[in-house]
Design a protein around this ligand. Structure first.
Ligand code: PMP
Ligand code: GLN
Length: 388
């Protein structure tokens, strides 16, 4: 097998995800893992029990229906009505996927032709670049700059070309914590309508917003109902990232397109967990409020610890993550080098935002810490970082 590289050209350079690399480093060194975003406390006992019941009762142990079980599709539609006053037909406008990750992949594979341009904010969640590449399309980054990480809407307009097919938006945004405002969304929607673009919105952190910040689905804005594919997932909202239950809500033609690709990726996944998440989505408001308040407290705890340790902290409005600048505490060091050395130096793992950019310098010294961990773990991590 000589000559031609085994990995096809589209995936060249994508290597191992930074999350896998950094979690492996945490295991190998025994460090506190504030890298990959997953909680160290599982979600509600009642939801776990619902999964156990489904397993025991033989619900979902065989292939569930391709679009997802009706109970979950109905629960997703009810959730969209309850939180956003949006109406979706559970039969034709909701699709259950193997996490948001599969939904993103299926949307890119379904909606793009080779050579189409996709505009996405950078730093971007790493699967975006891979999925756009697998679809043979071209990513066009729109850089969010520190300290505010707000989108530059003039730059967005300038980035549009006749080949632009799709905007891939993530709000609340991983890793910066930016939550798009109604004004920003309105401006983006106007451009999408003017240029007849499709929009895919990744809203997996929809319930993780702080200080009263409101998450507004772009699909709720005028002109967007039939051109937006809205994606979310249960992983973050219910602290079951391993269950991989996600969903798409969109117009029937868009759902049909995404379903066409999805059925050849996994066909279906997570049978018994679909029943449990259908129950989780219907949890009463105090669940959602308490969950958000708890994470906000953790954000504040870690932000204070990082500031104390000398990091420049960019306070996030949403997500699991705090982005920091290490320029002051590690002059001349880039984020990737810093993160590779950090476990040895002080027993903490973080993620370098630099790998989420095409821009050569914008994220060079930015490091992300996850705060979805027990308070004592966050305090211990902060203590260790102070000793740097
Ligand atoms: N989008 C973003 C922005 C994420 O941070 C993640 C990671 N959880 C995902 C999508 C993937 O979600 P899931 O685990 O549901 O596939
Ligand atoms: N979304 C998680 C993060 O940003 C990671 C998910 C994954 O490992 N693919 O940390």
């Amino acid at each position: 097998m000589t000559g031609r590289p085994l990995l096809n050209r589209r995936l060249d350079g994508l290597g191992t995800t930074i999350f896998a690399e950094m979690s492996a480093l945490a295991v190998a060194t025994g460090a506190i893992n504030l890298g990959q975003g997953f909680p160290d406390t599982d979600g509600p006992e009642s939801v776990r029990e619902a999964a156990v019941r489904a397993l025991r009762d033989g619900r979902g142990n065989q292939y569930p229906p391709g679009p997802g079980i009706p109970e979950l599709r109905t629960a997703v539609a009810d959730h969209q009505r309850r939180f956003y006053d949006l109406t979706f037909d559970p039969d034709t406008e909701v699709l259950v996927t193997a996490g948001a990750t599969e939904a993103i992949a299926a949307a890119m594979l379904a909606l793009l032709e080779p050579g189409d341009e996709v505009i996405a904010f950078e730093p971007f969640y790493d699967s975006y670049a891979a999925c756009i590449a697998m679809a043979g399309a071209v990513r066009v980054p729109l850089t969010l700059h520190a300290p505010d990480f707000r989108p530059d809407l003039d730059a967005l307009r300038d980035a549009l070309t006749p080949r632009t097919r799709l905007l891939l938006l993530n709000s609340p945004h991983n890793p910066t914590g930016t939550v798009l405002t109604r004004d920003e969304l309105t401006a983006i929607a106007a451009l999408a309508v003017e240029h007849d673009l499709l929009v895919v919105t990744d809203e997996v952190y929809e319930h993780l917003t702080y200080d009263g910040t409101e998450h507004i689905p772009l699909i709720s804005l005028p002109g967007m109902r039939d051109r937006t594919v809205s994606i979310s997932s249960a992983g973050k909202t219910f602290s079951f990232t391993g269950w991989k239950v996600g969903w798409v809500t969109a117009s029937a033609p868009l759902v049909a397109a995404v379903r066409t690709a999805k059925q050849f990726l996994t066909y279906v996944a997570s049978g018994p967990f679909q029943y449990a998440i259908a129950e989780a989505l219907a949890l009463p408001d105090p669940y959602y409020t308490a969950f958000r308040d708890d994470l906000q407290t953790k954000r504040d705890l870690l932000a204070a610890g990082l500031t104390d340790a000398g990091f420049t902290v960019f306070r996030p409005q949403g997500t699991y993550f705090i982005t920091t600048d290490i320029a002051d505490i590690a002059p001349g060091t880039d984020a990737l080098t810093f993160c590779r050395e950090l476990p040895q130096r002080c027993g903490v793992v973080a993620v370098p935002n630099s790998v989420f950019y095409d821009h050569p310098t914008a994220g060079r010294t930015h490091v992300r810490f996850a705060f979805c961990k027990k308070e004592e773990v966050l305090s211990e991590a902060a203590e260790r970082l102070r000793a740097l």
